[in-house]
Design a protein around this ligand. Structure first.
Ligand code: NDP
Ligand code: MG
Length: 332
């Protein structure tokens, strides 16, 4: 296997951004974190946030003068879109495309709308991605602590001839090069991101935890015990994997647990599971998943809302909420 190049502080030059006005569109999870980090890195940042909600209040409280998307885009040499992926196409058509300067930089933190051609930018623009691999609040907190979260960069259009250097500079501005930056493509980032969240991180994990919990409860064990075993401990195990891989985890757990891992793991995650994973990946690559998701949004999210409600009403949620309330130390 070839090793990917990692980029660090000395590989990126903030000076490339000094004379640019960077508009961050959206002041949500990523928007607030990236805008504040860029500003604290000494860059010239403006924020677009529509009035009416908590994010608008937060932008004011953080000292910004929030603009409309159209106004911010008019003033900007660099437009970074941090709106929800499913909302970007409409805002692009109505407020960004008619107002963006010729030769500007257009950037994203996720490749969805470029990969699935919801947004088709004109050829004069640099089109790049800077995607922090962590939630917004962590992007901000790590930066404030002098650290950073890993970032992916990608170049889709290189009109200026400097697109990659610009992406690296932006990654530095939000703290990414303190930790490490990896180059990818819009295609790879989008497809692996969707696959990871569906098969492993969100879809897979939630159903694994819940199935274990329900199996124990149905067999008559106390729900509190089932919660600790099948949910609470997930974090402790994942922390060990995060620190030192499966080997460190196996070193730390008992030999009994490790023997159970080897005898049972592949009865749960079977060849059939892998076949299904490949089908999930096929649906992502073919655009079937993205079409379904965009259609779901156009039609008012009835499936999405029904599922969200069903999951929130599961027994594990009530039991978990009750237990977590008594573990104030775990709330950080
Ligand atoms: P959030 O939902 O947290 O924030 C979205 C922002 O966009 C809010 O300020 C919201 O304002 C505004 N907004 C929503 N709809 C519209 C609209 N129709 N017109 C104008 N403004 C609107 O989004 P995230 O920060 O989670 O995601 C932003 C991007 O970052 C996405 O591309 C996502 O894939 C990517 N990303 C997110 C990560 C994360 O950790 N969350 C991680 C890596 C990438 P209001 O409050 O008024 O609704
Ligand atoms: Mg992801």
């Amino acid at each position: 296997m070839t090793q990917a190049t990692m980029y660090y502080e000395n590989d990126a030059n903030l000076k490339l951004l000094e004379n640019k006005t960077i508009a961050v569109l959206g002041y949500g999870s990523q928007g607030h974190a990236q805008a504040l980090n860029l500003k604290d890195s000494g860059l010239n940042v403006i924020v677009a946030q529509r009035p009416g909600g908590d994010n608008y209040k937060k932008a004011i409280k953080d000292g910004w003068n929030p603009l409309s998307v159209a106004e911010a885009v008019k003033q900007a040499d660099w437009v970074h879109i941090l709106l929800p992926d499913e909302a970007q196409k409409k805002v692009w058509q109505e407020d960004i495309k008619p107002n963006i300067k010729r030769g500007a930089v257009l950037s994203f933190s996720h490749g969805f709308n470029i990969r699935f051609k919801q947004i088709v930018p004109s050829q004069d623009l640099d089109v790049i991605m800077i995607a922090p691999k962590g939630p917004g609040h962590l992007v901000r907190r790590q930066y404030e602590e002098g650290k950073g979260v890993p970032c992916l960069i990608a170049v889709e259009q290189n009109a200026s001839g400097k697109a990659k250097e610009l992406a690296l500079a932006y990654a530095k501005g939000i703290g990414g090069t303190r930790c490490g930056v990896l180059e990818t493509t819009f295609k790879e980032e989008t497809e692996t991101d969707l696959f990871g969240e569906q098969a492993v991180l969100c879809g897979g994990l939630v159903e694994l935890i819940n199935s274990g919990f329900e199996t124990l409860v149905a067999a008559g064990y106390q729900p509190e015990i089932a919660y600790f075993e099948c949910c609470h401990e997930v974090k402790l195990i994942v922390d060990l994997i995060f620190e030192g891989g499966f080997s460190k985890m196996n070193h730390s757990i008992s030999d009994t647990a490790e023997y159970g891992e080897y005898t049972t793991g592949r009865r749960i995650i079977t060849e059939q599971t892998k076949t299904e994973m490949k089908k999930i990946l096929d649906d992502i690559q073919s655009g079937k998943f993205s079409q379904n998701w965009l259609k779901e949004n156009q039609e008012g999210r009835s499936f999405f809302n029904k599922e969200r409600k069903e999951v929130s009403q599961r027994t594990i949620e009530t039991v978990g909420a009750r237990l977590r309330a008594k573990m104030a130390w775990a709330q950080k």
